[in-house]
Ligand binder design. Structure first.
Ligand SMILES: NC(=O)c1ccc[n+]([C@@H]2O[C@H](COP(=O)([O-])OP(=O)(O)OC[C@H]3O[C@@H](n4cnc5c(N)ncnc54)[C@H](OP(=O)(O)O)[C@@H]3O)[C@@H](O)[C@H]2O)c1
Length: 334
């Protein structure tokens, strides 16, 4: 394949770009920085912002498939910033694919497009987008996904993948945050609930993207559809956190605060950050409290049946790989 990976300098995009290269595909990544570690592997890079239509269009030149994994992620930022990267950015990617004659677009969405603050237990893709979103991230990812699915056409086939909590070696978000808080003595369980959450190991998430790209065509069953991706192995949230801490050589969580106190603290943090105009992420947000106190796991039968995808890496095996990576790379050292 001649592929473009937007967000190729990130966790998922980087793993995907490396895997494509390993298979012998011709890979270009798109992002705002330089990526010498990818260039050293023979991966071409195009620099630019997703909100810049011309830069995105140039990056899509002569590509057969575009993996659109670039996005503003995280828990904090203005709606305008999320909109520019995630909605305008996706509109630019769609236009660029159409103008450059790209045949396939694999969009990395997020299960949060269906979250409304309630427990999500065993939902499948028939779940609608909620009337109210609980974060700018979810809202803008949903708007982007809607555009991607509506754009499916015989000249440009599209599919949307919704991986839940990607984890494993190379993680730049989940594990570093948990480890930093644990080290600072600021990691608290919230309330008594220990609700089931499912997640997907990085290699399995990459595999789903590859399968989607190979299968996608105007006549394929997956064209114009979205798929949840998780391990089909929900575990209590604090078990997952404690296993990650163990992989990083840290003790398990021992402190807890009541859910009401956490929510009040999150509201206070958000208000102060807004008042002071801080761009850094607050230590606690209402979205994070909601994520840590509600169940999130999905029915992945559609991905199994139609994509032919199955999660392969069991949590215990993935955690051992994660621990090995942390020992080798020492990502938390100064
Ligand atoms: N990690 C998860 O658990 C998870 C779960 C569900 C869905 N997803 C989705 O998976 C995708 C990848 O996430 P990730 O965890 O790999 O995040 P990540 O490591 O932060 O990667 C995101 C990439 O997007 C690029 N990017 C952000 N804003 C951009 C902009 N305005 N213009 C150009 N590039 C921009 C960043 O590159 P530069 O900063 O170098 O420009 C970064 O490399 C995202 O679409 C995310 O919504 C992730």
């Amino acid at each position: 394949m001649r592929a473009l990976v937007t967000g190729g300098g990130g966790f998922l995009g980087g793993a995907l770009a490396r895997k494509l290269r390993e298979r012998g595909d011709e890979v270009r990544v798109f992002g705002r920085r330089e990526y010498p570690e990818l260039e050293a592997l023979g991966i071409d890079s195009a620099r630019g912002d997703l909100a810049d239509a011309d830069a995105v269009c140039a990056a899509c030149e002569d590509r057969e498939v575009v993996f659109h994994a670039g996005a503003k992620v995280g828990l904090w930022g203005s709606y305008e910033d999320y909109f520019a990267a995630n909605v305008t950015g996706t509109r630019n990617v769609l236009r660029a694919c159409q103008e450059q004659g790209v045949g396939k677009l694999v969009f990395t969405s997020s299960p949060s497009v269906v979250f409304d603050g309630r427990d999500v237990e065993g939902w499948d893709e028939s779940a609608p987008y909620p009337e109210r979103f609980d974060s700018h991230y979810s809202r803008t990812k949903a708007l982007a996904e809607e555009m991607v699915l509506a754009a499916d056409h015989h000249r440009l086939s599209t599919v949307s993948l919704r991986p839940h909590l990607i984890w494993g070696p190379g993680d730049r978000h989940l594990l570093p945050r948990i480890a930093a808080r644990a080290r600072a003595g600021r990691l608290y369980r919230i309330g008594d609930a220990n609700k089931p959450v499912d997640a997907v190991y990085i290699d399995d998430a990459v595999e789903a993207h590859l399968l989607a790209a190979v299968q996608l065509s105007p006549l394929s069953e997956i064209a114009g559809k979205a798929y949840f991706l998780c391990a089909d192995d929900p575990r209590p949230i604090w078990e997952i956190v404690d296993r990650m801490l163990a992989a990083a050589g840290l003790p398990p969580t021992s402190k807890s605060i009541p859910a009401g106190a956490a929510l009040a603290a999150a509201s206070a943090c958000e208000a102060s950050w807004r008042l002071l105009g801080l761009t850094s992420e607050p230590p606690l947000t209402r979205f994070l409290v909601s994520q840590l106190t509600t169940a999130h796991w999905f029915d992945i039968s559609a991905a199994r049946r139609e994509l032919g995808w199955s999660p392969r890496v069991r949590m215990e095996v993935g955690m051992e790989r994660l621990a090995q990576w942390i020992r080798a790379v020492r990502p938390f050292d100064e």
